[in-house]
Design a protein around this ligand. Structure first.
Ligand SMILES: Nc1ncnc2c1ncn2[C@@H]1O[C@H](COP(=O)(O)OP(=O)(O)OP(=O)(O)O)[C@@H](O)[C@H]1O
Ligand SMILES: [Mg+2]
Length: 270
């Protein structure tokens, strides 16, 4: 793959995106899920870890304008717009949980839809580029997306998001439901995208593998950030080791995240 060939590295939008969030609240109607979150997504790859129901998807949806939010969200020092299409125009793309492709449409049609905001000539050019980056998708351009394997579908979903040449790419559990080899492949793709200049914010439950490719990480539990820092340090932190990696690697003997949070005070959020 040749992410370095993508236009966003050379274009006017060459500066790497930096997201800064302060006092973020979001939820569903009267049900507040995220309470007073503060974090930063610096250039590179940032991962958000946390158990089921912690609010990880809610966080990405709030940043993408799919649900209302309050608080401050600054992209390179400017307020992030509230409407999804304006957020996308601002250079932010989301690969949603569960991929959400159009299964009855071909790979090519899915990519075209990903680029619907882009002028037609430019759209053709970008399709050509994402197909260079994912040669498998060129071979499968006419295949119905719904008939592809889980890993291939996730690649289509990532490629579709790359159609807008985002400066900030958000990935919601790209490895969900994939075989171990494909998990590694998808996380490596996220790493390459970050290395090529697109800032990446990724939600993952594959703690060990995600921290191995990320620069920085945060742990979200019950709607609040309980730890954060450089990925290497986070991997060694008590919160992560006790709650997610398990002292003896036996999942049966793992303490619950709530037990671990009580046993270990939260580490500073940086
Ligand atoms: N559309 C919705 N309406 C009401 N509550 C919701 C809705 N979507 C999610 N929630 C609730 O918000 C909380 C956080 O859910 P969310 O999907 O953000 O968690 P998550 O960390 O992404 O979990 P998972 O790892 O299972 O994907 C949960 O209590 C969930 O039940
Ligand atoms: Mg989720």
């Amino acid at each position: 793959m040749h992410w370095s060939d993508l236009p966003y590295e050379h274009g006017a939008a060459g500066k790497r995106a930096h997201l800064k969030v302060q006092g973020l609240n979001a939820g569903y109607g009267p049900f507040l899920v995220l309470r007073d979150l503060a974090f930063e997504v610096k250039p590179g790859l940032t991962v958000i870890l946390g158990p089921n129901g912690a609010g990880k998807t809610t966080l990405l949806r709030a940043l993408n304008g799919l649900i209302p939010r309050s608080g401050e969200v600054l992209l390179d020092g400017e307020d992030l717009p509230e409407k999804t299409h304006e957020i996308v125009r601002g250079g932010v793309a989301l690969v949603p949980e569960g991929r959400q492709l159009f299964p009855q449409m071909t790979v090519l049609e899915n990519l075209e839809l990903g680029g619907w905001l882009v002028a037609k000539a430019e759209r053709r050019h970008r399709i050509d580029q994402v197909m260079n980056d994912f040669p498998k998708l060129r071979e499968r351009a006419r295949q119905l997306a719904g008939t592809m394997s889980g890993g291939e579908q996730q690649m289509v979903a990532v490629a579709r998001a790359m159609m807008v040449a985002p400066r900030l790419l958000m990935l919601d559990e790209p490895s969900l439901g994939l075989a171990p080899r494909m998990v590694g492949e998808l996380l490596a793709i996220a790493r390459r995208i970050a290395d090529a200049g697109t800032t990446v914010l990724m939600v993952e439950q594959n703690v060990k593998k995600a921290l191995a490719v990320a620069d920085r990480g945060y742990v979200l539990e019950r709607g609040a950030l309980v730890a954060g820092g450089p990925a290497k340090l986070l991997a060694r932190s008590s919160v992560i080791r006790e709650a997610y990696l398990g002292a003896g690697e036996s999942s049966a003997s793992k303490p619950t995240t709530a037990q671990a949070a009580r046993a270990a005070p939260p580490e500073p959020i940086s």
